[in-house]
Design a protein around this ligand. Structure first.
Ligand code: PGA
Length: 249
């Protein structure tokens, strides 16, 4: 299974910003790792067309659990797939916080995305208060068991400590390694259709070209989910290069 460098543009990017992806594709024509960009929904179709013929895949940032219907403003998993997506980010902490998303809702979105042929990237992570209270492993374990259907047929997990997202703060390498090993074990006990050793567990939260190499050296880190640094081709390219080097260098 290839390592995965996934970029999450969040609510950033107008049409002109797609030029960054042209630059990324030109600078990294044949990455050893898999490269994914999750643009805002407004750009998904155009960006998917634009990267066709390059190794860059596209994904959505959320989906509705229903296939279609009276849900104003929402986007179904089938619509994301129709717009060219092969992945969808689910349960990002910003959606858990801004939209009150629960594990049960994320579970239903995960099922819907699998039915539409998308690979879900399910996000987990503790707040600073939870870490300081020593609850990190129990929080991410509960999130994983609640958000991921045991019979999932495809899956990527992203461990993203809430306090590390967009803050420039990163857990220690030992802290990252502890959570990723715990998630691998929890997946092994939870999943019935997939082998836990085949699941990519990404780290996310203030990944930059400057810290990527050391993070990718941590056991059980199979790539990154990158926010801010995915917006500029030079930064995201540096992270892709670090992932390639850590894996195959
Ligand atoms: P960041 O965001 O890289 O800007 O910290 C990561 C994420 O939220 O996926």
């Amino acid at each position: 299974m290839k390592k995965l460098a996934a970029g999450n543009w969040k609510m950033n990017g107008l049409a002109a910003h797609m030029a960054e992806i042209d630059a990324l594709a030109a600078a990294h024509p044949a990455p050893a790792s898999e490269v994914l960009i999750c643009p805002p929904a407004t750009l998904l179709s155009r960006l998917s067309d634009r990267v066709s013929g390059t190794p860059i895949a596209t994904g959505g940032q959320d989906c509705h659990p229903a296939e279609s219907g009276a849900h104003t403003g929402d986007t179904s998993a089938a619509m994301l797939a129709d717009a060219g997506a092969s992945y969808v980010i689910l349960g990002h902490s910003e959606r858990r916080a801004d939209h009150g998303e629960t594990d049960a809702l994320i579970h239903s979105k995960t099922t819907a995305s699998l039915a539409a042929g998308l690979t879900p990237i399910v996000c987990l992570g503790e707040t600073l208060a939870e870490r300081e209270a020593g609850k990190t492993l129990s929080i991410v374990g509960t999130q994983l068991r609640g958000s991921v259907p045991p019979d999932a047929s495809a899956l990527v997990i992203a461990y993203e400590p809430v306090w590390a997202i967009g803050t420039g703060k990163v857990p220690t390498l030992d802290q990252i390694g502890e959570v990723h090993a715990f998630l691998r074990d929890t997946l092994a006990a939870h999943l019935t259709a997939l082998d836990a050793t085949d699941i990519r567990i990404l780290y996310g939260g203030s990944v930059k070209p400057t810290n990527a190499a050391e993070i990718f050296g941590v056991p059980n880190v199979d790539g990154a989910l990158v926010g801010g640094a995915s917006l500029a081709a030079a930064d995201f390219g540096g992270i892709i290069a670090a992932l390639d080097a850590a894996t195959y260098g």
